[in-house]
Design a protein around this ligand. Structure first.
Ligand SMILES: C[S@@+](CC[C@H](N)C(=O)[O-])C[C@H]1O[C@@H](n2cnc3c(N)ncnc32)[C@H](O)[C@@H]1O
Length: 285
């Protein structure tokens, strides 16, 4: 296909509101994410999905919807990856990391009487890894003894492509500008020629990355978590789904455990068994 065919295809997708609606419905069904039909989203998705369609010899959204409906891999995975937002950065909403460090230093993140078991941490929408590594750096800095078997750290996301990037832990040097200098030296290897940095192997090894859909019911965890981060994903779900996800998060949390939500998402847990201890920071009561 030549450039002018690709441009014609792009224009056709941009005006295919009916096809877009089918895909948006499919996305909501699988991922829970609401993607309204709007000129902005039509243009955005024509840019993202056009190359995917053409690579698979497809022309219309309707055809893609049918194949995704038939669970055709790897199309479903690519569809989920392209239709969801993965924006993230190191130490995003930075007050949370201060709260976490204080809680760990005060010994509050561990449950009473269970000081000898590992601290269990779950980052539930980990995207490309900047968030789980920010949490991990914070924990190890606040309590270096966590390194030796003192920590079980799970980082999940629905998007496999993001998790692959996360597990490699390679970022542009510019991306760690807002990471404290001492952390940069301690936790990253750098390659100045390529302008890249990489999370040190011993740190990467401490995190288990796994695919997990927050809509899944029930959650399969055997032991409760002491710390859960679930930020900047709930806003994409509709109200009833958000409530169900929040309830599952709270039940996966240990008594006294910490739940960190994005600042825009705090109203979502108002009636749950949680005590707000700092902005967008909750403990299970
Ligand atoms: C905007 S990013 C937020 C990343 C990070 N938590 C932060 O605050 O910087 C949202 C992430 O949620 C993931 N996501 C969307 N729907 C999901 C679902 N149903 N289950 C698990 N992860 C989901 C996306 O793949 C994406 O990586």
């Amino acid at each position: 296909m030549g450039v002018s065919d690709a441009m014609r295809h792009h224009a056709q997708l941009k005006s295919d509101a009916g096809g877009f609606e089918l895909l948006a419905r499919r996305l909501k069904q699988i991922v829970g994410v609401d993607l309204p039909v709007s000129p902005k989203n039509l243009a955005l998705m024509a840019g993202r999905l056009g190359p995917l369609l053409r690579r698979h010899g497809l022309w219309r959204y309707r055809q893609l919807d049918e194949l995704v409906g038939r669970n055709q891999e790897p199309l479903v995975r690519e569809f989920i990856s392209l239709m969801t937002t993965h924006t993230t950065h190191f130490f995003r909403e930075s007050n949370h990391f201060g709260e976490l460090a204080n809680a760990v230093r005060r010994g509050e993140a561990e449950r009473k009487g269970s000081e000898n078991r590992p601290l269990r941490v779950w980052c539930a929408a980990a995207s490309t890894g900047q968030e789980p590594y920010s949490i991990l750096m914070t924990l190890l800095d606040a309590k270096p003894s966590l390194k030796a078997n003192g920590l079980k750290f799970l980082a999940t996301d629905i998007d496999r492509a993001s998790l692959i990037k996360a597990s490699r832990g390679v970022y542009s040097a510019a991306e760690i500008d807002n990471v404290p200098r001492a952390f940069q030296r301690k936790f990253f290897d750098s390659n100045p020629e390529l302008d890249l940095v990489q999370i040190k192997p011993q740190l990467r090894k401490q995190v288990t990355f796994a695919e997990f859909n927050l809509l899944q019911t029930p959650y399969p965890f055997q032991f409760p978590f002491d710390v859960i981060f679930c930020r900047n994903v709930l806003i994409y779900f509709e109200a009833a789904e958000t409530k169900r996800v929040c309830e599952k998060l709270v039940s996966a949390l240990a008594q006294g455990g910490y739940l960190f939500l994005a600042h825009a998402e705090t109203a979502l847990v108002r009636k749950m068994k949680l005590q707000q201890v700092a902005p967008a920071t909750f403990r299970k009561v």
